[in-house]
Ligand binder design. Structure first.
Ligand SMILES: NC(=O)c1ccc[n+]([C@@H]2O[C@H](COP(=O)([O-])OP(=O)(O)OC[C@H]3O[C@@H](n4cnc5c(N)ncnc54)[C@H](OP(=O)(O)O)[C@@H]3O)[C@@H](O)[C@H]2O)c1
Length: 271
C-alpha cells in the first residue's frame, strides 16, 4: 500500500478493519498517514491484530504518488501546479488579442491535467481576454471547480467561466455570497493573494489547484513561493512583443517533445 490504511470512520469505514477482516498476513506500506485522525493508529491496529507490518518501503515514491494529499495535510494548502505556454521569444500572450501558442497534443494534455486537479484558477485579464470555459473537453474526467480572481467583479456574467458546466468561486473585494453555481468570496486585496487562495482552498477541502495564468497571476504565486510544480510549454511561435513570461527558479524534472512543442516540468525545491 502507498499510504497507511486509515483507522477512523470518514466517508468510508476504516480500511484497517477491512484488512483485518480478510486475514491479511503481512502489509507493506510506503508512508505513514500524516492526517491527525490516523498518524500511526492504522499500523497499530494491524499489529494488534497480529498482522506483520513493514513500513517505509519506497518512501519517496509513495510521497510523490500522494503528493497532493501530503501537501494538503502537512502545509494546510492545496498542491499548486503552475501551467503556461510561452513563445520562442519569451511571451505568453498579447495585451489586446487572444493568441494560441500550443499544438493540439499539448491542448489535450492540458485537458487531462485539468481532470487530475480539484480546482483551476485564472486571473481577471485572462478571463476577459480569452473567455476560457476551464472545463475538460479534449479528454475524459470531472470538470474541476473554477476559481477566478476578480477584485472589482469586472468579468461579465455571461462569460464562459460562469456557465453551468461547473461551479465557480470568485475571489473579490465586495461580497461573500452564494448565487446559483457561483460562490463569491470576499478577500483582502491589500494582502497576499496566493496565501488567501491557499486558505480558501484549504477551508473548502480543495486538495489541488492548477493555475492557468495569466502572467501576473502566475508571477504572484512564484513570488509568494506558493507553487509545487511548473509545467511550461515552449513553442516555436514568435510574438515579437506582448506579455512577458513569468520568471521563476525551479529544478527541471522532465522534458518531453510533443511534436513542435516542448514540455518542461519543474519542481519547486524551496516549497
Ligand atoms: N500562454 C499562456 O499559457 C497563457 C495562459 C493564460 C493567459 N495568457 C495570456 O495572459 C494575458 C493575461 O495576463 P495578465 O498578466 O495581463 O493578467 P492575469 O494574470 O490574467 O490577471 C491579472 C490579475 O492581476 C491583477 N493585477 C495586479 N497588478 C497587475 C498588473 N500590473 N498587470 C496585470 N494585472 C495586474 C489584476 O487584477 P485587478 O485589475 O482586478 O487588480 C488581474 O486580476 C492574456 O494575454 C492571456 O491571453 C496566456
Amino acid at each position: 500500500m502507498t499510504l497507511e490504511p486509515c483507522s477512523h470512520f470518514g466517508k468510508t469505514p476504516p480500511c484497517a478493519d477491512l484488512i483485518i477482516k480478510h486475514n491479511f498476513k503481512k502489509v507493506v506500506i510506503c508512508n505513514l498517514d500524516p492526517f491527525e485522525k490516523v498518524a500511526g493508529r492504522g499500523i497499530e491496529k494491524l499489529k494488534e491484530a497480529g498482522i506483520e507490518v513493514e513500513s517505509g518501503c519506497l518512501e519517496s515514491f509513495g510521497r510523490y504518488l500522494n503528493r497532493r494529499f501530503f501537501c494538503f495535510h502537512e502545509k494546510k494548502r492545496p498542491f499548486i501546479v503552475l501551467k503556461w505556454a510561452e513563445s520562442k521569444d519569451g511571451f505568453i500572450g498579447k495585451k489586446e488579442e487572444q493568441v494560441w501558442l500550443t499544438n493540439q497534443i499539448s491542448k489535450q494534455l492540458v485537458h487531462l491535467w485539468r481532470a487530475e486537479e480539484a480546482a483551476i484558477l485564472v486571473g481577471k485579464n485572462t478571463a476577459l481576454l480569452d473567455n476560457p470555459e476551464l472545463t475538460i473537453r479534449e479528454s475524459a474526467g470531472k470538470n474541476p471547480l473554477r476559481v477566478l480572481v476578480d477584485k472589482n467583479l469586472a468579468v461579465p456574467s455571461d462569460s464562459k467561466i460562469y456557465n453551468n458546466k461547473s461551479n465557480t468561486i470568485v475571489l473579490n473585494s465586495f461580497k461573500t455570497k452564494q448565487e446559483h453555481n457561483i460562490d463569491y468570496i470576499k478577500i483582502d486585496f491589500e494582502k497576499n493573494i496566493p496565501v488567501q487562495v491557499g486558505k480558501v482552498c484549504f477551508n473548502q477541502n480543495i486538495t489541488s489547484i492548477i493555475i492557468e495564468g495569466g502572467a501576473n497571476t502566475l508571477q504572484q504565486f512564484v513570488d509568494s513561493n506558493l507553487w509545487d510544480e511548473a509545467r511550461v510549454f515552449s513553442t516555436e511561435k514568435e510574438l515579437q512583443n506582448g506579455i512577458k513570461k513569468p520568471l521563476f527558479d525551479g529544478k527541471i524534472e522532465r522534458i518531453e517533445n510533443l511534436e513542435n512543442d516542448t514540455l518542461n516540468i519543474y519542481s519547486n525545491t524551496k516549497a
